[in-house]
Design a protein around this ligand. Structure first.
Ligand code: FAD
Length: 451
């Protein structure tokens, strides 16, 4: 009886343990992707993620077909969809790579129980994180809440396994199992089509991901430690959306770095950034409501002032009158991405100068980032806001002007995105940076005195 391989956040054929195990099992293989916007608690994808997913599915379909396989697309609550596919195909096994979000785990656990009871062989595999979140524990057996000891424990753990090669060939099931048309999912924006800049900047799919990795290892990793904070310089890997969708696995990245024998600060710094991704998932695994709930409960007492919607819109549109903030927000809108240093500055400005709840910023990033990630996005927002695990202390308020002069000293980045800077067209700052900083610190003192 056929094996169903359920693709989720792992849109690749190489280093795909579930697919490899299915091919090894010997029976025909039915590959499926389910667009699930209905299971309880599943967070609907943002607009930029939907755009990415469309391209990524097309790329995966091409790769599977080149191996003789076929990708079936279905839409609906995933548990029900997979169960009905098992019946339609008369499948004897269902394999998938694990995911780590709370609602997703619930879907998977229920489905596994139901299918196993019906005699189906269900197997799950580790594929998207180097370290399974429950395996890294403090000496007391608790999850980590501070990055440095967490990463030290990871590095001391057995080395992540080598990546698996893509299967040589896939024997597909017959054509009798129907598939949705990808176009019928309407993942691409139409009226208006705001995705021009995304298409100019990105190519979803594993081939592009591996090209990015090669370029980074050939040209950039040596200077990564020095240049990674400079937004005008193309110094980082730009792998984040590819990792988000699993077009490349962290095992592939880890071992590519090893095999090149790259040493020095650049390599270890880059490896530690992969570590932050692992840590964000570690934290989310143990606190599934990270996107809606303060990780540090004392922040529930934070007196967010009443929202001025115009301030939020000015931030979203890059019209705050603070050049580096506007540059970042425009880069995000146009390209679906923003340099990490500028993400920190724009997030700090929203939470500490505009005194707007970090959740509203998180939601905007969720909608507009091509790498919008269920763990990294809320984790980093809470890090900046001061409410998160191992967070920057709240009282450390970024001064956006100093940040700009330190990390964009010649103004190249700002001018690229805010060409009207020196003209009258450019607005005056919508807040006084000094006064708003003091207001933020006063609000923070209330949190402290209430804890
Ligand atoms: P590189 O510098 O080349 O790093 C390599 C990889 O390490 C990245 O691709 C990414 O997977 C991981 N990484 C790097 N920094 C971090 C970090 N701080 N936290 C977690 N993983 C990291 N990253 C996302 O992938 N998705 C998000 O939704 C996201 N939201 C963010 C929101 C805010 C407010 C902030 C401050 C940061 C956010 N980041 C997010 C982290 C970081 O900005 C991006 O991962 C990075 O800019 C991606 O560029 P790169 O691939 O060139 O990174």
């Amino acid at each position: 009886a056929p094996t169903i391989v359920w693709f989720r956040d792992d849109l690749r054929v190489a280093d795909h343990p579930a697919l490899s195990a299915a091919v090894e099992r010997g029976a025909p293989v039915l590959c499926v992707f389910v667009l699930d916007e209905e299971s309880p608690g599943i967070r609907p994808l943002g607009g930029a993620s939907r755009w990415w997913l469309h391209g990524s599915i097309e790329a995966l379909r091409g790769e599977l077909e080149a191996l003789g396989g076929r990708l079936v697309l279905r839409r609906g609550p995933a548990g029900r969809v997979i169960r009905s596919l098992v019946e339609e195909a008369g499948a004897g096994a269902v394999f998938w790579n694990r995911r780590y979000g709370g609602p997703e785990r619930e879907v998977d656990t229920e489905l596994k129980a139901a299918l196993t009871e019906g005699g189906v062989d269900v197997r799950s595999f580790a594929a998207n994180l180097l370290f399974e979140p429950w395996t890294i524990r403090t000496q007391q057996g608790a999850p980590y809440s501070v990055f440095t000891p967490y990463w030290r424990a990871c590095v001391a753990a057995p080395e992540p396994r080598h990546p698996l090669p893509a299967p040589g060939a896939i024997e597909a099931t017959g054509p009798d199992v129907a598939s949705d048309e990808l176009a019928s999912w309407h993942l691409l924006p139409t009226r208006p089509d705001w995705a021009d800049g995304l298409g100019e900047t990105w190519t979803p799919g594993a081939a592009a991901a591996h090209e990015r990795l090669e370029t980074f290892l050939d040209e950039r990793v040596g200077d990564y430690a020095d240049d990674r904070d400079r937004p005008a310089v193309d110094a980082t890997s730009r792998l984040s959306p590819h990792l988000r969708w699993g077009e490349i696995s962290p095992f592939e990245v880890w071992h590519a770095l090893r095999e090149r024998r790259v040493h020095g600060d650049g390599a270890s710094r880059f490896r530690a950034e992969l570590g932050w991704r692992e840590f964000a998932w570690h934290v989310l695994f143990h606190a599934p409501e990270l996107a809606t709930r303060n990780w540090r409960a004392e922040f529930d007492a934070f007196p967010w002032p009443r929202l001025h919607p115009a301030a939020l819109v000015a931030w979203q549109r890059g019209r705050t009158g603070v050049p580096i903030v506007d540059a970042g927000m425009r880069e995000l809108w146009r390209t679906g991405s923003m340099h990490n240093r500028v993400r920190m500055v724009t997030a700090s400005f929203l939470t500490k100068n505009l005194l707007i709840d970090w959740r509203l910023g998180e939601q905007w990033f969720w909608d507009t980032l091509v790498d919008a990630d269920a763990a990294s996005n809320p984790f980093n927002w809470q890090w900046v806001a001061g409410s998160g695990a191992d967070a920057a202390p709240y009282f450390r308020v970024f001064n956006p002007l100093l940040q700009a002069s330190k990390f964009d000293p010649d103004g190249r980045y700002v001018r690229r995105w805010v060409p009207e800077l020196e003209t009258e067209e450019y607005p005056a700052p919508i807040v006084d940076l000094g006064e708003s900083r003091e207001a933020a610190l006063a609000a923070y003192r209330k949190v402290r005195s209430s804890s």
